[in-house]
Design a protein around this ligand. Sequence first.
Ligand code: ZN
Ligand code: ZN
Length: 350
Amino acid sequence: MLLLALALFLTLIGPPDSAVRPPDSKPGTHRPPHHLTKGFRNPWSDEREYGFRDFFRWRQYRKEVEHSSSFRDAAALPIVEPNWLVIHEPGDSLVVTWIGHATCLVQIGGLSILTDPIFSDRCSPVSFAGPQRVTPLPLDPARLPAIDYVLISHNHYDHLDRATVRLLGNHPTWFVPLGLKAWFARQGITNTVEMDWWDSTELRNGGEVVCVPARHFSSRTPWNRNEVLWAGWVLSSGKQRFYYAGDTGYSVHFAEIGAKVGPIDLALLPIGAYKPEWFMLPMHISPQQAVQAHLDLGVERSVGIHWGTFILADEPFEEPPRLFRASAVEAGLSEDQIIVLQHGQTLVLP
Ligand code: ZN
Ligand code: ZN
C-alpha cells in the first residue's frame, strides 16, 4: 500500500522532474521551445527542477498538516440541483454548470461541451485507492444533453478518467493535447483531434477551438512524465468565447492568451491545490494568482474551479473560494466578475 501511495502521489501531483531536459539545440531544427526530442517541457525561463528531496520534504510537511483541524474536518460541501430547464434549452446564452473539480458543462452557440470530465468516485489508476470524492457528484450524467465536444487539458487522473472516457465514447469529438491520441485509441475512442499549443480547429457550427499553453506537466505513471503535452483551451462560438485553463502555474502565458485569442467572455480558472506553495505553485496557481490571471487575460468574468471535490494538496478544503473572493475585492473586482459556484450550480450569461 505504501508503494502504491508513493506511485499515486508521484503521478498525481509531483516530481521527480527527471524529464526536464535542456531544449533540443541541434542545428537546423526549428522546434517550438516547449518541444523536446522526446516529450515536452515548460518553456518559461523561471522553471526549476524538482526532485525526490522536494517530494519527501512535502510528505514530511503533510504529516504535520494532517493533524490540523482543517484537514481532519474536510466534509462534503452542499450540492445544488442544476438548472435543467436552461441546460436543455440554452438558446443563445453562455451557460456553465459546475459538475465538480475541473469538470464543467459549457453551453455556447448551441454546442454542449465538457471540460476534463470525471464522474468516478476516485481520481486514481485503481478503484480501491487514491483520492476519493469528498463532495458527491451533483448530477446523474445520464441527464446531460448530447455532448458535442470534450476538452482534455492533460493526462493526470483527476482530469483524464478512463471510466468516464469510455462512458462518453465516440459520440463527442475529443480535443486532446499532442501525444494523447494513442491513449484514447487504446480505449476504443477514435473521434479525437490532437493539437499543439496555438493550433486551431474549426467547429462544425463555424466556431473555433484554440489549444493554448499551460504551465504544468503530464504523467500517468512515474515513468512517463512529460511524454505527452498539457494545455488549456479557448473556444469561440457565435458571439461568445470561453477559456478553460486546465491545470497551470502562473506565467506570462495568461497575458499572451488574452492578447492573441481574446477578448474572452468567461474564464474557468483552477483555484485549488496550491499548498505548500513552495512545492505546488510552479504547477498550480493560488486563488490570488487566479485573480491576477483574470486581470492578465483581460477577461470579463472568471469562475473558480478545481477545488472542494477531491483532496489533492494541503490547503484547507474550503479556503480557495474565500481567498479568491478576498483577492478580487483587493483588486477592485465584483462578485459578478470573480465567481464561485456551488457543486451543480448553473450560471447563465446573456
Ligand atoms: Zn495536473
Ligand atoms: Zn488537477
